[in-house]
Design a protein around this ligand. Sequence first.
Ligand code: ADP
Length: 272
Amino acid sequence: KGPDPDLLAIIERMNTVKHKILVLSGKGGVGKSTFSAQLSFALAEMDYQVGLLDIDICGPSIPKMLGLEGQGIHQSNLGWQPVYVESNLGVMSIGFMLPNQDDAVIWRGPRKNGLIKQFLKDVDWGDIDYLVVDAPPGTKFLIDVRKEINFCKKVGVPVLGVVENMSGLRQTISTLKFVKPSESGDTDATEWALNYIKDSAPELLSVVACSEVFDSSKGGAEKMCHEMRVPFLGKVPMDPQLCKAAEEGRSCFTDEKCIASAPALKEIIKKL
Ligand code: ADP
């Protein structure tokens, strides 16, 4: 069997991206997209060239969180052109392809994976420092963060760290890790995307956010990280102002009302 032509195309595309940061969550509604969006804003504000790729094709919320609702994608002979928030922050999302933002995309299996593959190989990011990937939530076997971490350990993938979001209320956590290709042949979209990204850029950073309701009386995510020997990156408190900024497509770092969340997020981002 010869080399997979799609993988070769993705490798070529990813060659112009220095760091890939993958954000994943076990469940929906834990702040994965919020984290991806604010991380992208932060990196762009630090003058990096940033791409944000939303492959959460079942509920793309990135266009809204970046203030890009209603925008569409254009093609050039170099590929699909991202939609730019600033000259150094480009965004690609399935949301740009849906006529109605409320349309749910109920694609499964090969069609879903085909679209993710196309995003990875056909978007013309140009030379960028960071590609932040907001990945699809919920996989069959990775819905629990401990399981995710164990899966990483099993396949020899270093976990870069864990973020506890909405700390103090229902605690959710994010783990940051490298992921190696699995040999199972499973077509789960998340795992599949991880494998493709890892294959095409083995030296690069992946971030995985996954979630679990934590009992803070038992030490929360920090204790779990200690027990599982993975880095704990910090807590982001529950902050209605962060929710508002996200709803309105704004960066929390330039919003003086986000006093509870912005400094915490900034500290976490510094550690990446
Ligand atoms: P996911 O991508 O995991 O499905 P979202 O990023 O869409 O989750 O977040 C779900 C909701 O929670 C959004 O309305 C978002 O604004 C809100 N949210 C996320 N993190 C926080 C936080 N730390 N404080 C307050 N609201 C938050």
